[in-house]
Design a protein around this ligand. Structure first.
Ligand code: SF4
Ligand code: SF4
Length: 421
């Protein structure tokens, strides 16, 4: 879906065309949301019942043959390396560190007749040159290479989760809007940044940081025309997340996405009310979820550091947060990346690696699109994630995610490094 930047109108013609474009865009989104809401109570329960019947009979669900949207994305520019989604042998059902429920063994009722191109190839694992990322999974990805697995994942979600997704789609119509004609001039970029952060916290953000929007933060087919990116984070309920993977934790993940999206949408609206262009880049909603990568933006904006489990670690909540981004042209002073000692601990700790059911985590940093960084084996993680409808074991077993422990860890690690050097 095309993204429009609604600028301050200068005459009646501009007012008219801006409002028309916005109205058409919102009508399309509303119509799509109503269709999804209807499917939530009709098509999806029927499709789910069909798959569950096959699973009970012990049949294999061939993903290509599932009734659903056709896949159309072609990767002409990448060599076809077939994904290997076979679970690692020897994995049994057990309970991960801290968790309140046993995790299911990685034995999948689905398979591909012809495996899709490896998600690691799409992500650029082993590539020496930098390039912008491709969107692989989640959100509007039914047409993409891994769309059929994503479709299975969506179909098997219970109706309660679908209702939360419908609410997300509905509120997303307000992520863009017209800019107030009267521009409120803020004294300087420092004051503007303080004002933005104060508003974000008032709307419900637990963490907020600002950086410049750089091309590498945007997916290859999206280049939003804004100067700054404001990262907002909302924590998840730890008690609920200790039940991962389960419907309880999945509902918590969805309600946190709903909340962090709402914070970003309100913040974008507040900036537009000051007369400056702004739009929210949210999660899961079509179009919006495939614009920018929230994690690199949050890291650059000083919210935390990337951990071995591929998620950002913050001193206050570990990785137990969900992120959204607000893009704007309001001139803001920026924050900077912070070293909180994550690499020092990840170099020796293996907790997430040994607790990940399908063994999707690497012991060492990998070369990904020209950068050596922590990376999750997509082909191992995605099937397990889809089968459990949102596994988050790696982020909950991480010591940083224990409430109240992160700041102490940061102090100890940085002091130790200072003493050693
Ligand atoms: S989310 Fe993926 S990487 Fe993390 S524990 Fe689950 S399967 Fe492993
Ligand atoms: S569990 Fe250990 S290795 Fe994994 S991200 Fe956390 S600190 Fe790093």
């Amino acid at each position: 879906m095309a993204i429009h930047k609604f600028v301050a109108p200068t005459g009646m013609g501009d007012v008219f065309s801006d409002r028309c474009r916005l109205l058409i865009h919102q009508l399309k989104l509303r119509a799509f949301t109503i269709a999804v809401a209807l499917a939530t109570h009709t098509l999806f329960p029927l499709l789910r019942w069909m798959q569950q019947r096959r699973i009970r009979r012990g049949d294999v669900i061939w993903l290509e043959e599932m009734t659903g949207p056709p896949q159309s994305q072609i990767f002409d520019h990448l060599a076809y390396v077939p994904a290997d989604i076979t679970p690692n042998p020897g994995l049994v059902r057990r309970r991960a560190r801290f968790m309140k429920v046993e995790y299911p063994a990685a034995a999948y009722p689905f398979a591909y007749r012809r495996p899709p191109i490896s998600g690691n190839t799409i992500n650029g694992l082993g590539e020496v040159h930098p390039r912008r990322p491709d969107h692989v999974f989640f959100g509007d990805s039914y047409k993409r290479a891994w769309g059929k697995l994503d479709w299975y994942f969506q179909v098997m979600e219970p109706t309660a989760i679908h209702r939360q997704i419908v609410r997300m789609f509905w509120q997303d119509a307000a992520r863009i809007g017209t800019v107030a004609p009267t521009v409120t001039t803020l004294a300087n970029p420092d004051k503007a940044a303080d004002r933005v952060k104060e508003m974000a916290k008032r709307f419900g953000a637990a963490l907020v940081g600002i950086t410049r929007l750089q091309p590498e933060f945007c997916y290859h087919d999206s280049q939003p025309d804004f100067a700054y990116a404001i990262s907002v984070a909302v924590p998840m309920d730890r008690e609920d997340m200790l039940h991962t993977p389960s419907e309880r934790s999945n509902r918590q993940i969805m309600s946190t996405y709903l909340e962090v999206n709402r914070v970003a949408i309100r913040l974008a609206h507040a900036i537009r009310a000051l007369g400056h262009p702004a739009q929210a880049s949210t999660n899961l909603a079509p179009g919006s979820s495939t614009e920018v990568l929230h994690v690199p933006i949050a890291i650059e904006a000083g919210l935390g550091q990337l951990g071995k489990h591929g998620s950002m670690i913050t001193p206050d909540f570990g990785s137990n947060v969900r992120l959204a981004t607000v893009l704007t042209d309001l001139h803001l002073s920026i924050d900077h990346p912070r070293d909180i000692g994550v690499d020092d601990l990840c170099a020796h700790c293996r907790i997430c690696e040994t607790n990940c059911p399908p063994h999707a985590l690497f012991s060492e940093k990998q070369l990904v699109r020209g950068e050596r960084r922590w990376y999750v084996n997509f082909d191992k993680c995605a099937p397990y994630f889809a089968e459990t409808r949102g596994c988050g074991i790696c982020i909950e077993v991480c010591p940083w995610s224990t409430p109240g422990k992160g700041r102490e860890l940061m102090r100890t690690l940085l002091e130790r490094r200072g003493a050693t050097s």
